[in-house]
Design a protein around this ligand. Sequence first.
Ligand SMILES: [Zn+2]
Length: 129
Amino acid sequence: MDAADNDLTVSQWARIREAWGGCAYCGATDAALQRDCVLALSRGGRYTIENIVPACRSCNASKSNDEVTRWLRRKRLDERAFLLRHREVLALLMSEPSIMAAPVGAGDSPVMDGDRALTSAQVGAMPPS
Ligand SMILES: [Zn+2]
């Protein structure tokens, strides 16, 4: 897997959680939030700022590898609200140079996912959304 496709840094993840203010799907704020890939890894999703949202353990486990909008509908969660909010949060994060620059070696460390280290590689190489 190309490291440039998996460039979520610790500080980006912290800002994502902050921007959402809770579980991206059900809004839970009291639960420990996990990184969830909106587009599941098994469906070609990557650990990038565009594809990661905070999810409570229950949503994360329930969603698993499902297609996100189908899962939201099945859970009777607000699919439209999620998609809108996701767009807002992304726009907000993208407008923050300090987040998007993610300079390597600036005290940032790669997010660990199991035994796979995710590098804080160039975000400048991200495709236009
Ligand atoms: Zn949740």
